[in-house]
Structures are given as structure tokens and as C-alpha cells.
Design a protein around this ligand. Structure first.
Ligand SMILES: [Zn+2]
Length: 570
């Protein structure tokens, strides 16, 4: 017993050594961008009374949430990014009124507007309104491109950055995701195509399809109050015509048309789902006109240049907003950027190929890097170029050179160090928070930060996902190399719903059908809820199998081997 303190000390030392080894962070405090910092005041957490019966919660998370109070119940527009954020806003709204929630309206499918819904809906069973395309985009993000969108979104929103590095997100204070964050979206039960005129809780409102930041976007017009709730089609920064976390083309012509619809409604008040409300028809008209003009300018001048044969790089060099728009406080690049927007318009119309035959079938990264290293005069000479570029503060050039260098010498710490320092310098210089966070997080990742999913979907949210989404997601995870010689038919019989689905592996392809296509090699009998929880990684496959909740005809080993054909990491 006497040696216990020494053992504790030893264990403490070991844990400290391990901690230090894992420590990822900035050696010096990251410089604050003053222009960005100036926005902080506008994101202070508070409830703004917009009209007698309309309140907006600002600063509780990345987006706003809006309360519309009716005679005997209330309507919530947008629900925050998580159950915790939604619960905090709900508690604040409860201080204004105790009336039950009759309806929730999602302005669009983005994370920061929907994943707190179950906090608001708890014990209240409200109707959930959305545009008819909303579930499609929700499922795309959840099942098809979730991994990469999450990874890039975490960089863009700076979710791994500490308070020094993360000043704000340009459209709101921050996206608060940590490993305990629970998400709870409820699928809409009332959808529409073009418009929907309803009276909820005695409040007359018109929902209009307003494609813009997303194709499933809607806006809410209260004709009697002349108040417009515009979602993310207008906020106080240059619009995110392209988002660097990755997105299908945002048809910016449709976005401009939606802004025109907003102009001609002649609202007296606009309540956006990010940044503060806007008051007075005259200023609203000015802001909307500038905003739509900026979008049309980007669109038209990009298309004009494209038709002259200019490539994206050339277009970015040439296209700058007219002075009066550059000076508008509503068009400062605190979220979107003109350079990204121009590239996105080009890509939206013409796709990846810039028209230059050099780029039809380019060299591999390794061939390119080898050629550049030879041109520089060898490894050491290329390294000297990196060092010199850094000393001359040519940080973008450092990134480009280290791309080549690290392709050939993956673990070269000296080159990595220059790249990390260049990323930090570039991040510090950016007043655009998306770019700032992306550079800074990339610097942390080079030091070993693991950019992994930090959120947990709620059970009810997982159960509401259609089987088609689960199976299409599975097919897109088939490991082609492992399954290239595999021919196998697996039928899933769902014991609760009696549905039958087939997954047929055909040498690198998994065909999925919602019926039995031929006599199976393996039949799996399972409840839909269990299968969905497995797909969402809320359960461990082996434990579930051992518990008897999955029954396999055709051999357990065959089933395990089948599952191993899919990428199941995380
Ligand atoms: Zn948003």
C-alpha cells in the first residue's frame, strides 16, 4: 500500500505524456480578424420582439428561430441545429407565451433549421410544414453524401476551433456540435409545390416556394401584418451562392427571381432566419434591389465571359461587383464570396471541364509532382522554394508547392510545418469566416486532429428514414475492389412491415430493389427499426446478431462476409 502514491504519480505522468502527444492546437494565439469581430455584437443571444405577436430568437445557435403567436396556439418557423439548441429557444419562447405549438414550418432542409425540431414538438404533436422537395434533400444529405459533407461542414463552421480561432460564422455566432449533440428532425406531414394559403392559430399566411439557397426553400408571407419570413434567401452578408462544404448547383437565377417576388410583395418588415430583422419598406426595397442586382451581375457577367470562352480562373480574375454593390453593408463577403460564386455558375452550366484541352485528361498528382520537383532541381531545391515562398509571405504558393512536395514525400515534417504555418496565415487574413475556418481546421488536421462525426441522430429520427434511403446509402458504400468477383443475392424480410428488399451484388455493383428479384443466397429476417438503427450505427452488428434480433438463412459467415463488402468504418 505504501507505494500507491508513486503508482498514482506514475499513471498521472503517463497520462500527461499521452495528453501531450495528442495535443493538437495553435502554437501562438490566432489573430482575430477585426472586421469579423465587429459582427459579434449583432449575434448577441436575445429575443427580439418584431411585432406584438412575432418574436425572433437570435444568437442561440447558427440560425434564428421565429415564434408567431396566434389566438390559442403558436407557430414555430425554423428549429435550430440540435435538440439542445431547440430546447433553449423553446424555453425562452415559453417565457413569452405558454400556448401550445400548433405548427412548425421549415424554411428549407439545412441542418441549422431542422435538427432541433423534436425539442419543440415534444408532447405537442404539431403539424410540420415544408416544401415538397425538402424530404428528398434531407435524405440525400443523410444517406448519400453525409460523410464528406459533415467533414467539410465541420471545417467550414470551425466546430473544432477554440474561442480565439472561432470569432463567429458570419451569419450567426457558431454551430455548436460536440460528440454528445443529439439531432431530432421530424419529417413534414404537410407539403406543397408552388404555394399554400393557410390559416393556423387564427393567423392567415401564405407559403410560397422560393428556390434560392436551396431548391426546397420557402418563404412565409403574413399579408395582414405585411411581414415576410424569408429563410436564408436574404441575410446580412454576400449570399452563399456556392457553399464550400459542397452542394449541388444553386440556381442563382431562381434565387434572384425569389428576391423579386419578395420585392413586389412590398413587405414592411422582413425576418430572415439569420441576422437581424429589417424594418421599413424603403430600406427593404433598397436592400432587396442591391441583393438581387449582385446576384444577377454575377450570373450575367459569368455567362457572358463563358460565352467568350473564358475559363473559371480567368472569370474570377475579371468579375468584380460594381462599386455601389461592393460598398453595400448587405454584400460584404462574411459568408458567400464572389470568387466561389463565379466558379459555381460556370460549373452549374458547363460542369467540371473548363474547356482547355490540357484539362481533358490531366497527369496524375504523382506525375505532376515528379515533374515539378525535377523542374525545381530535385527534392532539396523544391523544399528551398517552399521556404523562400513562406519567407516572402506567398502563402498560397506555399500551399501549391507543398501539395506537390507532400505528394512525393508524405511524411516530411519540415514541409508539413511550412504548410501548417501558411494555412494559419491564410486563415488569419480572411474576413470570410468559412475560408478562415477551413484553413485553420486544415492546419489542425495536419497536426493530427481527427475530423469525425460529432452528432448522434435521435432514435425517432432514425426510425422515420425510409428504407429506400437506407438501401441506396448502402449501395453507395459498396467496396468495388472487395466485391469485384462477387455474385450474390441477399433478401431482407422485414418482420414488422412485411416488406421485402433485395440487394444483389454483381461484380462491383449492388443493385437494390424493393421486392424479391430471384431466389436468394441469403435471407435476413429483421425488424425495420433494428435495421435502421444498425445503419445509423446506433447499434453494433455483432451484439445485435447475438441478441437474436437478426435471423439469417444461408449461414452466418456468409452474412458477415456480405456485410464486409461495404465500407462500414467510423
Ligand atoms: Zn441557415
Amino acid at each position: 500500500m505504501k507505494c500507491l502514491p508513486q503508482i498514482i504519480l506514475l499513471l498521472l505522468c503517463i497520462s500527461l505524456i499521452n495528453c501531450n502527444q495528442n495535443k493538437v492546437g495553435f502554437q501562438q494565439p490566432v489573430a482575430t480578424n477585426e472586421a469579423l469581430k465587429a459582427l459579434n455584437e449583432s449575434f448577441e443571444k436575445r429575443i427580439i420582439k418584431v411585432a406584438d405577436n412575432i418574436h425572433v430568437a437570435i444568437g442561440f445557435g447558427l440560425a434564428n428561430s421565429i415564434l408567431i403567436e396566434g389566438k390559442d396556439s403558436v407557430i414555430i418557423v425554423d428549429c435550430m441545429e440540435s435538440i439542445a439548441a431547440g430546447a433553449a429557444v423553446k424555453a425562452a419562447f415559453r417565457k413569452i407565451t405558454a400556448k401550445p405549438i400548433k405548427a412548425i414550418i421549415y424554411t428549407h432542409n439545412h441542418t441549422d433549421h431542422i435538427f432541433g425540431a423534436s425539442a419543440f414538438a415534444a408532447n405537442e404533436q404539431p403539424d410540420i410544414y415544408a416544401h415538397e422537395l425538402m424530404p428528398y434533400y434531407l435524405d440525400q444529405n443523410a444517406a448519400i453524401v453525409r460523410n464528406i459533407i459533415e467533414e467539410r461542414a465541420y471545417r467550414m463552421f470551425g466546430v473544432f476551433l477554440d474561442a480565439d480561432a472561432l470569432v463567429n460564422c458570419g451569419i450567426g455566432p457558431s454551430l455548436n456540435f460536440n460528440e454528445h449533440t443529439e439531432l431530432g428532425v421530424i419529417r413534414p406531414n404537410i407539403v406543397f409545390r408552388d404555394s399554400l394559403f393557410v390559416s393556423i392559430a387564427g393567423i392567415e399566411m401564405q407559403l410560397f416556394h422560393a428556390p434560392g439557397e436551396t431548391p426546397d426553400h420557402l418563404m412565409i408571407w403574413l399579408p395582414n401584418e405585411k411581414i415576410l419570413l424569408c429563410g436564408d434567401n436574404l441575410y446580412k452578408t454576400f449570399p452563399n451562392l456556392y457553399t464550400i462544404r459542397g452542394t449541388p448547383y444553386r440556381d442563382i437565377n431562381l434565387w434572384k427571381n425569389s428576391l423579386d417576388k419578395m420585392r413586389y410583395l412590398k413587405p414592411e418588415i422582413i425576418v430572415p432566419s439569420h441576422t437581424e430583422p429589417i424594418y421599413g419598406n424603403d430600406s427593404i426595397q433598397q436592400i432587396l434591389t442591391d441583393y438581387r442586382d449582385a446576384i444577377q451581375f454575377i450570373h450575367d457577367q459569368t455567362v457572358r465571359g463563358m460565352n467568350m470562352g473564358l475559363t473559371p480562373n480567368e472569370l474570377v480574375e475579371q468579375i468584380n461587383l460594381p462599386q455601389h454593390l461592393q460598398q453595400s453593408p448587405w454584400l460584404q463577403e462574411f459568408y458567400g464570396k464572389t470568387a466561389w460564386s463565379v466558379r459555381s455558375v460556370f460549373d452549374g452550366y458547363l460542369g467540371f471541364f473548363d474547356g482547355n484541352p490540357t484539362n481533358l485528361l490531366p497527369l496524375t498528382n504523382k506525375e505532376n509532382a515528379t515533374n515539378i520537383e525535377n523542374l525545381a532541381g530535385g527534392k532539396e531545391a523544391l523544399f528551398q522554394q517552399i521556404k523562400q515562398a513562406f519567407e516572402e509571405e506567398k502563402y498560397q504558393w506555399v500551399l501549391e508547392l507543398t501539395d506537390y512536395f507532400l505528394t512525393l514525400h508524405t511524411n516530411d515534417n519540415a514541409a508539413k510545418d511550412f504548410r501548417i504555418r501558411a494555412l494559419i496565415k491564410l486563415g488569419e487574413r480572411q474576413s470570410n469566416p468559412n475560408a478562415r475556418h477551413y484553413y485553420l481546421t486544415a492546419a489542425l488536421e495536419l497536426q493530427g486532429l481527427e475530423n469525425k462525426s460529432r452528432v448522434i441522430p435521435s432514435i425517432s429520427m432514425v426510425h422515420s428514414v425510409p428504407l429506400s434511403v437506407i438501401f441506396n446509402g448502402l449501395a453507395a458504400r459498396l467496396n468495388a475492389e472487395k466485391s469485384i468477383n462477387n455474385n450474390q443475392t441477399v433478401v431482407f424480410e422485414f418482420t414488422d412491415t412485411k416488406e421485402k428488399w433485395t440487394v444483389q451484388i454483381r461484380k462491383g455493383i449492388a443493385e437494390v430493389q424493393p421486392f424479391v428479384i430471384q431466389k436468394p443466397d441469403i435471407t435476413i429476417k429483421v425488424k425495420t427499426t433494428v435495421w435502421k438503427e444498425l445503419a445509423a450505427k446506433l447499434r453494433k452488428p455483432l451484439k445485435t446478431y447475438l441478441s437474436g434480433e437478426i435471423k439469417v438463412d444461408g449461414g452466418e459467415i456468409a452474412f458477415i462476409n456480405f456485410m464486409r463488402l461495404f465500407d462500414m468504418e467510423e
